[in-house]
Design a protein around this ligand. Structure first.
Ligand SMILES: Nc1ncnc2c1ncn2[C@@H]1O[C@H](COP(=O)(O)OP(=O)(O)OP(=O)(O)O)[C@@H](O)[C@H]1O
Ligand SMILES: [Mg+2]
Length: 340
C-alpha cells in the first residue's frame, strides 16, 4: 500500500517519542483519518532507533474479557519483554511473564508489576520504552477482583509511568470521540494528558497527491471539493483504472452515504427523536463545521451522541468543534436535508 503524505503528523509523533515522557498522549481524529496508519509508519521509521515499542492493536481482537486482556498483553517467557511474533512485519514487543506464572489468579497490582518489570528492563538495557495502545476504549468494561475498572487503574499506572516517573511514553489511539470526551473530563488525567488530532488531509496535500498520481487538472479541480480521507484517494485511483470517471466515483460515494443515513434514520431506536436528528443535521446545511455549544444542549444530547456513535459526526472536544466525519458525508447530509 502506498503511504500518502502525513509528514507533519509523522514528524510530530517521531519527535514526541524521543522527548522525555511527561504525559499520556491521546491521538484522536475522524473515523478513518489515518491514525493507526500514521502510528505504524512512526514505528517503522524508528525501527532501528533505541526505542522499544510495546504495541497493542485492540481492533484486531473481539472486545476482550479479563483473561483475553491478559493473553493479549503478556506472553509466557523467561524474558521480561519479548518480540511479538504475531506482528510479523513490525518490530514490536509484548511484556513477558514467567513460564509457570498463573496470571489469571493474580491481582491487578501483580499484573501492573509485570508491566513495570518489562519497562524497567528496557531502560536498564539503555533503551527507551514506548507503550502504544490502539482502540484503548475496548478495555472499558473489564473489571478485576473487587470490581476495579481495569481502564481506570491503567490510567493511574500510565500517569505514574509518564508524569510522575518519566519512564515510558504512553500513546493511546482512539476513534471513539465520546470516549475522548470522558477522558478530557476525567480528574485522574487532568494535567497529565495531551491530545493530538489527526484530521482530514489538507487540500494542498490532496492536490499534490492527485497530481503525482497522474490526475488531470480538470479532474483535480472537480474532486478537490469532495475528498478528505486518505482511502478515498486510493479508491479514486482504483476506480479510474477500472474505467470510472472521478465524477462517477464521487456520485457513488455520496449515494452510498445518503442511503446509509436514510437507513439509519428509518431504523432509529425509540429513545431517539427523528426531528431532533434533522435539527442537528440542519446545522450543517451551510456550514461544514459547527461550534459545540450550538449542538451540545441538554435537549439534543441523546441525538447528538447517536450521530457521533454512528460515525456521522465527529466531535473534536479539544477544539470545541463538530463536523461530519468526512466531506462526502457532508454532501450526503445536505442531500438528505433536501428530501426532508
Ligand atoms: N497516509 C496514508 N496513505 C495511504 N493510505 C492511508 C493513509 N492513511 C490511511 N490510509 C488508509 O485509510 C484507511 C483508514 O486508515 P486507518 O485505519 O489508519 O485510519 P484510522 O484513523 O486509524 O481509522 P479508525 O478511526 O477506524 O481507527 C486504511 O485503509 C489505510 O490504509
Ligand atoms: Mg485506527
Amino acid at each position: 500500500m502506498k503511504f500518502y503524505n502525513r509528514e507533519k503528523e509523522v514528524r510530530f509523533l517521531k519527535t514526541y517519542c524521543q522527548l522525555e515522557p511527561n504525559s499520556i498522549l491521546f491521538v484522536y481524529g475522524p473515523k478513518s483519518s489515518g491514525k493507526s496508519t500514521v502510528m505504524l509508519r512512526v514505528i517503522k521509521e524508528l525501527e532501528n532507533s533505541n526505542i522499544v515499542f510495546f504495541y497493542y492493536d485492540l481492533r484486531r481482537y473481539a472486545t476482550p474479557t479479563k483473561e483475553e486482556f491478559l493473553s493479549i498483553f503478556f506472553e509466557k517467557s523467561d524474558k521480561k519483554y519479548i518480540l511479538n511474533k504475531f506482528e510479523f512485519d513490525l518490530k514490536v514487543f509484548k511484556f513477558g511473564i514467567g513460564k509457570n506464572y498463573d496470571i489469571n489468579n493474580k491481582s491487578l497490582n501483580d499484573i501492573f508489576n509485570k508491566i513495570y518489570d518489562g519497562i524497567e528492563e528496557v531502560i536498564k538495557e539503555g533503551k527507551r520504552p514506548v507503550l502504544i495502545i490502539d482502540e484503548l476504549q475496548k478495555l472499558k468494561n473489564i473489571y478485576f477482583n473487587g470490581g476495579k475498572s481495569l481502564l481506570n487503574e491503567l490510567f493511574n499506572l500510565f500517569v505514574h509511568l509518564t508524569k510522575v516517573r518519566h519512564l515510558c511514553h504512553v500513546i493511546c489511539l482512539t476513534s471513539d470521540t465520546l470516549f475522548i470526551e470522558e477522558i478530557y473530563q476525567s480528574s485522574t488525567l487532568e494535567n497529565a494528558s495531551k491530545y493530538y488530532l489527526i484530521d482530514w488531509l489538507s487540500k494542498e496535500d490532496i492536490k499534490k497527491i492527485l497530481k503525482e498520481e497522474g490526475f488531470l487538472k480538470d479532474e483535480i479541480d472537480y474532486c478537490i471539493n469532495y475528498l478528505s480521507l486518505p482511502y478515498e484517494i486510493s479508491d479514486l485511483i482504483e476506480n479510474k483504472k477500472l474505467g470510472l470517471s472521478v465524477e462517477e466515483t464521487i456520485r457513488q460515494w455520496i449515494n452510498i452515504e445518503k442511503d446509509k443515513l436514510q437507513y439509519l434514520i428509518a431504523n432509529i431506536p425509540d429513545e431517539i427523536n427523528e426531528n431532533k436528528i434533522i435539527e442537528i443535521l440542519g446545522k450543517f446545511k451551510n456550514n461544514i463545521k459547527v461550534k459545540n455549544e450550538e449542538i451540545i444542549k441538554k435537549e439534543l444530547i441523546n441525538e447528538f451522541k447517536f450521530l457521533v456513535n454512528n460515525e456521522i459526526l465527529f466531535y473534536d472536544v479539544v477544539n470545541g468543534i463538530i463536523k461530519p466525519t468526512s466531506i462526502k458525508k457532508w454532501y450526503a447530509i445536505k442531500e438528505l436535508l433536501k428530501l426532508k
